[in-house]
Ligand binder design. Structure first.
Ligand code: ADP
Ligand code: MG
Length: 369
């Protein structure tokens, strides 16, 4: 058990048992070919754990958004092929979202999924914030457990929330504050300092009455940012910004942007300051790039923060698809302690301390009854 949730060991003797594994094999596919099989390989420890102990294993995943109808474009066939190479005797069912019952959380669909199985394992962290049939249905009837991947995510993320080594710093960026407001508020309660970069900082600047030129911001979030700034918690905002001036030329600004200017990255002074904060922390959670890193001219703030994440002695956790992509682009992804496999799920777990998929596992029947 980890935080009240059964783990693989709690399943008892699995030899000869038929196990249904909900995995997250939602991989990028182009022209029928998998471009990155990371998510398939990430499930292997759980699949092998079960196979080595004599269980027979079938998995299921969603893939893309076929919206409840079978569509060859979203067939799991390429995944099945790759899985056959990595774990030869593991079966893979067709795309769960070919049936409208998956997203509608239909009990009937869940019953067809679990028919003929003895045990259920959820290893799909990236889908566990959704109350879909394959996530919350099976634990109502089958003895269940979380897989090794899901258990690691839960241990790391709930550890951050409940007992982080201090100082605990959260570094947040990305495009929109509105996407992340819930987690920002929850993090403010537990962190010693919040560091804000990305386009998100301009809404905070606006709340401070600073001119932001034509930078990306969210007028309807200004009041919220003002309230957050007034909470008395330490919020570090950038002290300089790089971007383009009104003529479209590359430029560095202070914290007041001229008319027509656009901020696309934190400046070198801010990057150095943020890096120092990360180096001095004992726990760091990072979500959201510091700028528009896809454009090399505006990647340096994100690169400096990523490098500090790699260099610091602190326990480092990265959540978020684009942040993880940035880290991989800089080849620093193996230098942090944990890169979460779930974007939305990791933020929701940090914010609420629980997910529908975890709650379902907690209520599952005991394997020994
Ligand atoms: P994550 O996926 O890590 O949670 P988000 O999806 O919230 O991150 O945000 C990532 C996007 O934010 C990137 O595409 C990046 O280009 C964009 N972004 C960051 N800073 C800026 C900025 N100053 N102006 C415009 N876009 C930005
Ligand atoms: Mg993103």
């Amino acid at each position: 058990m980890i935080r009240g949730i059964p783990t693989l060991d709690d399943l008892g003797d699995v030899s000869g048992k038929r196990v249904f594994v909900r995995a997250d094999f939602n991989v990028p596919i182009e022209d029928g070919r998998i471009t990155d099989d990371f998510r398939i390989r990430a499930a292997l420890p759980t699949l092998n754990w079960l196979r080595e102990r004599g269980a027979s294993v079938a998995c299921a995943t969603h893939l893309g958004r076929p919206k409840g109808t079978p569509n060859p474009k979203y067939s799991v066939a390429p995944i099945r092929e790759r899985l056959a190479e990595l774990a030869p005797d593991v079966e893979l069912l067709e795309n769960l979202r070919f049936d409208p019952g998956e997203e509608a959380n239909s009990a009937e669909f869940a019953a067809t999924l679990t028919e003929g199985f003895d045990l259920y394992v959820n290893d799909a962290f990236g889908a566990s914030h959704r109350a879909h049939a394959s996530i919350v249905g099976p634990p109502k009837t089958l003895p269940s457990a979380m897989g090794l991947l899901l258990a690691k995510e839960v241990e790391v993320l709930l550890g951050l929330r409940n007992d982080p080594k201090r100082p605990f710093v959260a570094v947040l960026g990305g495009a929109k504050i509105s996407d992340k407001l819930g987690v920002v508020e929850a993090l403010l309660d537990v962190v010693d300092a919040l560091v804000v970069g990305g386009a998100m900082c301009f809404t905070f600047f606006a709340a401070q009455g600073r001119p932001i030129g034509d930078s990306l911001w969210e007028p309807d979030q200004v009041e919220t940012c003002r309230r957050l700034l007034q909470q008395g918690k330490t919020i570090h905002l950038p002290e300089d910004i790089t971007g383009v001036d009104a003529n479209g030329n590359y430029a560095t600004f202070g914290t007041r942007l001229p008319d027509g200017a656009k901020g696309f990255d934190i400046g070198p002074g801010s990057a150095a300051a943020f890096s120092d904060i990360i180096m001095d922390a004992r726990t760091v959670f990072w979500n959201g790039p510091m700028g528009m890193f896809e454009d090399e001219r505006f990647a340096s703030g994100t690169r400096t923060v990523a490098q500090a994440m790699a260099d610091t002695k602190a326990f480092t956790v990265v959540g978020g698809g684009d942040s993880a992509a940035a880290l991989a682009q800089f080849r620093l992804d193996t230098d942090v302690d944990h890169v979460s496999t779930g974007g939305g799920a990791s933020l929701e777990l940090l914010e609420l301390g629980d997910l529908p998929g975890l709650a379902a596992l907690r209520g599952a029947p005991n394997a020994h009854d």
